[in-house]
Design a protein. Structure first.
Length: 72
């Protein structure tokens, strides 16, 4: 059986589970749900499920980077 390492992920996915999003951000699942709850990390409902758009991950990271830039 050929399995990929846990660090790899499928770049073709448009929507991620909360667990997949947390893994990409290297944060815990609870923290990821908190970010979703506060609106800091975009998510969409699909029925009873909650999914994070893959593009929301780099957008969130870019906002973090911009907020932490030193003043010039």
């Amino acid at each position: 059986m050929d399995t990929a390492p846990a660090d790899t992920f499928d770049n073709t996915l448009a929507l991620l589970t909360v667990e997949e999003a947390a893994r990409r951000l290297r944060i815990g699942r609870t923290v990821c749900y908190r970010l979703i709850g506060t609106g800091e990390l975009e998510s969409v409902p699909i029925g009873r499920l909650r999914r994070v758009p893959a593009v929301a991950i780099p957008e969130y990271v870019n906002r973090l980077r911009a907020a932490n830039k030193p003043a010039a």
